[in-house]
Design a protein around this ligand. Sequence first.
Ligand code: SAM
Ligand code: SF4
Length: 294
Amino acid sequence: RISLTDRCNLRCVYCMPAEGIDFRPPEELLRDDELLLLVRIAAECGVTKVRLTGGEPTVRPAIVDLVREISKIPGVRDLAMTTNGILLEYLAEDLARAGLRRVNVSVDTLDPEKFRRITRGGRLERVLAGIERAEAAGLRPIKLNAVVVRGFNEEEVVALARLTLDRPWEVRFIEVMPFGTVADVADAGIVTSEESMGRIEAALGPLEPLDLSGEDPARTYRLRDAAGTLGFISPVSQPFCSKCGRLRLTADGRLRLCLLRDDEVDLLTPIRAGASYAELKEIFAAGAYKRPFG
Ligand code: SAM
Ligand code: SF4
């Protein structure tokens, strides 16, 4: 997972404070050439799946060119993006042509007013248009991510789940994680996956479990006769750390194995100090194989 920027065009209540965010100056972030060098090294070390995220990846300058260059790197077989979808309406076709395979779009509610509240100002219709455009551009399968937050959208899980009756999408519900700056949102009381499943079953009928055991942290189900599936991601009530094989590269060039751990390996400093390719690869590999939980 590569964070392309720390910036975003939304301010979701569970992710960023309303104001006073200390964004990094651009010169402290990886440039395109530096980022491509690290992806090449990662691919040589065995990484085959790359997911672009952020912040909001679509606000990174020249995102389409960057996607094209990443998709050309030998060994990168699956190139995906997690996005809030606000700019997808304009970018989906170019991204697909540049080599992006698929997108996960974050949308926490289908109610425009609630969407505005949870994202502090976002316009739902742009996201919905973006999802349609992404599907038309062949960015499939479409996955939608909804973080469930008490007092904001816990009832919305039903309308979101209903989408899968007609559309071949995977709608995934995520328990909110209490990150430092936005911990108050989680203090309102976590909505567990079990609670959301109960709400969905009460309204739409039984959830049939699907055995899709793999690296995906989502537990997957289907409503009867549905075209799509439902996933439940439970980092709080059922942590999936032992299954997690992710490497995270931050926008400022640090390699992190886990969002919830502070240790990280700085790759930007050696790049800018002129480290050779072989030296960088050694630093990368030493950090990458330091798995968090043994
Ligand atoms: N801006 C893009 C987006 O919203 O999809 C990509 C970055 S966002 C940080 C990646 C994912 O993390 C989104 O699905 C978002 O909903 C989720 N997320 C953000 N804050 C979270 C939190 N406190 N707990 C659980 N998931 C969170
Ligand atoms: Fe932006 Fe994504 Fe965070 Fe929302 S979850 S504020 S869209 S980075």
